[in-house]
Design a protein around this ligand. Structure first.
Ligand code: HSE
Length: 295
């Protein structure tokens, strides 16, 4: 039985729509071995599809097919900590589990680059799948077939504190509300900030992050789908966050906070409770530089 540990991811990082993403210290665990047919169980009671539509199983089968290997079936055991359809890369974590797991079970026929490409082809964009596999902060361009990527490790004590709503927001819905075209001015607005984000994070110029996460391609539209979102950003900045942005397609609201800001999570919890949002979660994470681990 092989064991996989797959991190959550936060994509877009504000302005880097479909291009930037980073890996976080919040994990799904998957055990996998070749077996007869489809044998899927959840070890933590999370309701997961137990048939061939299970994304881990389906991805693994696809990878066997692509590699021309005979696929008889798989036994899969899942611990699903990353909440689904919240903007923390839960579907990418399943895709990477299926891909990296199948690759290991077949004796590692695929290179790392091939896995990055395949994962993006399956997901449609690389900004969750690439950091889930590689770790760190990943800058990626997907040309439809191939991903041109750079992974950078981030050595920081910054905290990434997520405010996780109690409702799901499917990526398809969150993409359907976006404009088909944007102005040249807005394109410049975003590309300059996306570049500023990585450079500032990597060099410790954290005071730039608030400017860097502003964007005109997706957050203004998606914010309409996240009740209380703007208020929560205001509260985060009042409590000293460096930055607040919609994680991935949302509805998770991610904040970036200095390690010295010790009571930030407690203050957010208190504010949410006072807003009647006791069922929303506050989750503290750090950057994971390792990505998916397979044993
Ligand atoms: N870049 C993607 C989006 C990430 O914002 O739609 C979510 O899967």
């Amino acid at each position: 039985m092989i064991k996989l540990k797959i991190p959550a991811t936060s994509a877009n990082l504000g302005a880097g729509f479909d291009a930037l993403g980073l890996s976080l210290s919040y994990y799904n665990y998957v055990n996998m071995e070749e077996a007869e047919g489809c044998q899927i169980s959840s070890l933590d009671g999370t309701d997961v599809p137990a048939d061939e539509n299970n994304l881990i199983y389906h991805t693994a089968k696809t990878v066997y097919d692509i590699c021309g290997r005979n696929f008889k079936g798989l036994k899969i055991e899942q611990i699903n900590n990353i909440p689904m359809a919240r903007g923390l890369g839960s579907s990418s974590a399943c895709i990477i589990a299926g891909l990296a797991g199948a690759n290991r079970l077949m004796g590692d026929p695929l290179s790392l680059d091939e896995m990055v490409d395949l994962a993006a082809q399956i997901e449609g964009h690389p900004d969750n799948t690439a950091p889930a596999l590689l770790g760190g902060i990943v800058t990626a361009v997907f040309d439809g077939k191939k991903v041109h990527w750079v992974k950078q490790e981030v050595f920081t004590t910054l905290k990434f504190i997520a405010v996780i709503p109690d409702f799901e927001l499917k990526t398809e819905k969150a993409r359907a509300c976006l404009p088909k075209e944007v102005s040249h001015k807005d394109a410049v607005y975003n590309l300059s900030r996306a570049a500023l984000f990585s450079a500032s994070l990597l060099t410790g110029k954290y005071e730039n992050l608030r400017t860097a996460v502003h964007d005109r391609l997706h957050q203004p539209y998606r914010m309409e789908l996240i009740p209380h979102g703007r208020d929560i950003f205001d509260i985060a900045y009042t409590n000293g966050a460096y930055a607040a942005y919609i994680s991935g397609a949302g509805p998770c609201l991610m904040t970036i906070v200095d390690a010295e800001n010790k009571f930030f999570a407690g203050k957010m919890r208190f504010a949410l409770d006072n807003m009647g949002l006791a069922s929303w979660e506050v989750k503290e994470m750090h950057i994971d530089n390792d990505g998916c681990r397979v044993e």
